[in-house]
Design a protein. Structure first.
Length: 742
């Protein structure tokens, strides 16, 4: 129970005036601090990165449009790379919010990004590597551990009963997070603290309490209300008072198990709702070492809201249908409403207008309306997956973050007293006429002074112990600092040597690269010369081949001409010999007749008749010889038994094309009315067919002049005694075309 002193000072009431963004000066406003955190890429490096880090406050998003790469730069309050630890994120973002929380200021922290970019990991983390929420709880209880007020229900904070122990055991094993022992320096040590937590989610634009026991299978939808000071709150929400970090983690995990999660293409455990974890710290100041009357004006309340926004996603990537599609639509609508509210605030700031922000369009914006109107500081962590697959979503996220940084919000007023030190009691006014009645008061004063003296001695001892401990730690730190300096010097020398080696290697590399460039250019020149020489060689080879072909053709023509001339000379020589032989025989006949005449008794002069007879015999003798000559044989048209057109007209021919014949352009064409064409004789039945009596083999070849000559080998198909058949070739026909000038 809180004790009530006899004299209580009149407290000063804390009042806050509601203002709009357009009416405040720039000195009274602060921008929304937006941080960026990059998620690590997979270790197999199968995905390329679309983000380029330029400085700790600036990054560039590389996007490719129609084959042209373009860098779009964005600036942030601070950028956490993929190598940044959870503690680094906490120190930069959440630690200042905790300092304001213990001063009575409100704070709001968003995590925003596409599905699978690391928002939930940044807030929650793992047991060995906790995120922002576990570190906030550990830091709060590390700071107020010995300054907690007992639970007495007299601090005007009405809470529902905690979850029964039976239910807590049924929820599962306790989950603890690693505690790094971080603390915050308290502005006033004469203050008692109480910590309350609540956990809600916004699913399909409805508010649900994750710490409330469901009445059946489903949770009850909660209503948002506005108090007398225009602050929004969730009506009927369960707010649990916790006395240690373990209790807070237990409450958080019980609500986390009820949170709506789902499987999507982009993330196997995707948050399907916006979750809000509230940490409320209530402070009560003490006077004279005793707790004051629990008047609400003496109570300082600060709230920190950690919001895990559901990821924005496109339907064509997630391929959601049914319930998942409805959830994604609700998520995107709430995020669009948040963006519309921020755009309205920014427009009012630039144009000095008074445009109404659409807070009521979504439960998310309506719940945090007071923050955007100056009830606390607002910070945001933009989580980015640098994969090229998320380039379009990242562009929208970056535009939203850039627009959010332009919004300035009224600074929240500190909810602490003007003098944070311990207050002194007012002097007791005693009338001079009642001096005898002062005795009891003097005794009380003496007791109080003795108590204060004893307390001062204890404090002096504590200060001395603290001083000794601090000196010991300072000596140890100094020794460690000396060792560290020595090690740093040695490391600097090693680094200097390594830098010199690296510089020398860079010089060598540059020399080698220049030499390599020269050799490459020389190689290119030589390759060009080689190609030109090869072209010349190819041209010469082509000319040589053409010359060889022409030479071969010339040789063939010369051979044909020489053979023709030799044949003509032989024929002429034979004709001359035959002519001479005929003349010799005629002369011998004449001489024989002359001898006979001379031998006879009567001399007759048959000169003319003899010559005529001799000439006739000579011509008769010469005629058959000339018919047997080469020239006569060439011009003679003989009738051979092979040409039997009348008999072959009704025969069936077997036409065997050994090769695919080239179409003939001759006037004379082979004519076989009844025929069977084959390209290969694979079966005996092709020849032994009794209906077929003629066989023709068609062959084409190139002559010496390069002209195509077609030969038709003709024969009769004669059956054999064994039931087979044989082909007897008896004729060859040639089809040939020649130039008239050749």
């Amino acid at each position: 129970m809180f004790a009530t002193p006899k004299y209580t000072p009149t407290p000063r009431k804390l009042r806050r005036e509601k203002t709009t963004l357009s009416s405040n000066s720039d000195s009274e406003r602060e921008p929304v601090h937006v941080y960026c955190r990059l998620r690590p890429l997979p270790e197999n490096n199968s995905v390329a990165s679309c983000v380029k880090l330029l400085s700790p406050q600036e990054i560039a998003l590389i996007c490719e449009t129609k084959g042209v790469k373009k860098e779009i730069r964005y600036k942030f309050k601070h950028i956490f790379t993929s190598y940044s630890s959870q503690k680094e994120v906490f120190d930069h973002v959440a630690y200042p919010l905790l300092e304001d929380l213990l001063k009575g200021k409100n704070g709001l922290l968003f995590t925003y990004g596409v599905t699978g970019s690391g928002k939930t990991y940044t807030l929650t983390g793992e047991q060995e590597n906790p995120g922002i929420m576990p570190r906030c709880i550990d830091t709060i209880f590390n700071t107020i551990g010995e300054y907690q007020a007992p639970q007495d229900r007299l601090n005007e904070i009405r809470t529902k009963s905690r979850t029964p122990k039976s239910n807590r055991k049924a929820n599962g094993d306790k989950i603890s997070y690693a505690n790094d022992g971080a603390k915050i320096l308290l502005p006033n040590e004469n203050t008692l603290f109480a910590v309350f937590v609540s956990y809600i989610e916004i699913y399909n634009n409805n508010v649900y309490d994750l710490l409330d026991e469901p009445n059946g299978r489903s949770f009850q939808n909660k209503i948002l209300r506005e108090d007398s000071q225009k602050n929004m709150y969730v009506n009927g929400v369960v707010e649990v008072e916790v006395k240690s970090a373990e209790e807070a983690f237990e409450v958080f995990n019980s609500g986390q198990r009820r949170k709506r999660m789902g499987y999507t293409v982009l993330n196997s455990e995707s948050s399907r709702s916006h979750s809000v974890f509230n940490i409320r710290v209530v402070q009560l100041e003490q006077l004279e070492g005793k707790r004051t009357v629990p008047d609400r004006n003496l109570i300082t309340v600060g709230r920190l809201s950690l919001v895990d926004l559901a990821g924005s996603e496109r339907t064509n990537r997630t391929q959601n249908t049914g319930t998942r599609l409805k959830e994604a639509s609700s998520i995107n609508n709430s995020l669009m409403t948040l963006r519309a509210c921020l755009e309205a605030l920014r427009e009012n700031q630039y144009t000095r207008g008074n445009k109404m922000a659409p807070y009521r369009d979504s439960r998310l914006t309506y719940l945090f309306k007071s923050y955007f109107e100056g009830d606390g500081s607002v910070q945001m962590i933009v989580c980015v997956n640098p994969s090229t697959d998320d380039i379009e979503e990242n562009l929208h996220v970056m535009k939203f973050a850039e627009m959010t940084q332009d919004v300035k919000i009224t600074k929240s007023e500190p909810r602490v007293y003007a003098t944070p030190m311990k207050r002194t009691a007012e002097r007791i006014q005693t009338p001079a006429r009642n001096v005898e009645e002062i005795g009891p008061y003097i005794d009380n004063i003496i007791k109080a002074l003795k108590h204060r003296k004893n307390k001062a001695k204890a404090l002096d001892k504590e200060i001395k112990d603290s001083t000794d401990d601090f000196r010991r730690r300072l000596v140890e730190t100094n020794q460690g600092c000396v060792l560290s300096k020595t090690e740093i010097r040695s490391l600097k020398q090693v680094i200097h040597k390594e830098r010199q080696k690296a510089h020398n290697l860079e010089v060598k590399v540059r020399d080698v690269e220049s030499t390599n460039a020269e050799l490459m250019s020389r190689n290119d020149e030589l390759q060009g010369q080689v190609r030109s020489l090869r072209n010349v060689v190819d041209e010469k080879d082509l000319r040589l081949n053409q010359n060889k072909l022409e030479r071969e053709k010339t040789k063939q023509k010369i051979a044909l001409a020489s053979e023709k001339m030799s044949q003509e000379l032989d024929a002429k020589l034979r004709r001359q010999r035959e002519h001479l032989n005929a003349e010799m025989k005629a002369k011998e006949v004449q001489l024989q007749k002359v001898r006979e005449i001379l031998n006879t008794e009567t001399i007759v002069e048959p000169t003319e008749s003899v010559e005529t007879q001799a000439d006739t015999e000579c011509a008769a003798t010469q005629t058959p010889r000339s018919n047997g000559g080469h020239q006569s044989r060439r011009n003679l048209i003989s009738s051979t038994p092979r040409h039997r057109r009348s008999r072959s007209a009704g025969e069936v021919w077997l036409e065997h094309n050994a090769v695919r014949p080239v179409p003939l352009g001759t006037v004379m064409q082979p004519t076989m009315k009844k025929r069977k064409s084959v390209s290969r004789l694979t079966k005996a039945s092709d020849v032994t067919n009794p209906k077929q009596s003629k066989y023709c083999l068609v062959a084409q070849e190139q002559d010496a002049d390069g002209e195509v000559e077609t030969k038709l080998y003709k024969g009769d198909i004669v059956p054999t005694c064994g039931g087979g058949a044989q082909v007897i070739f008896n004729d060859v026909e040639r089809l040939r075309q020649e130039s008239p000038t050749s």
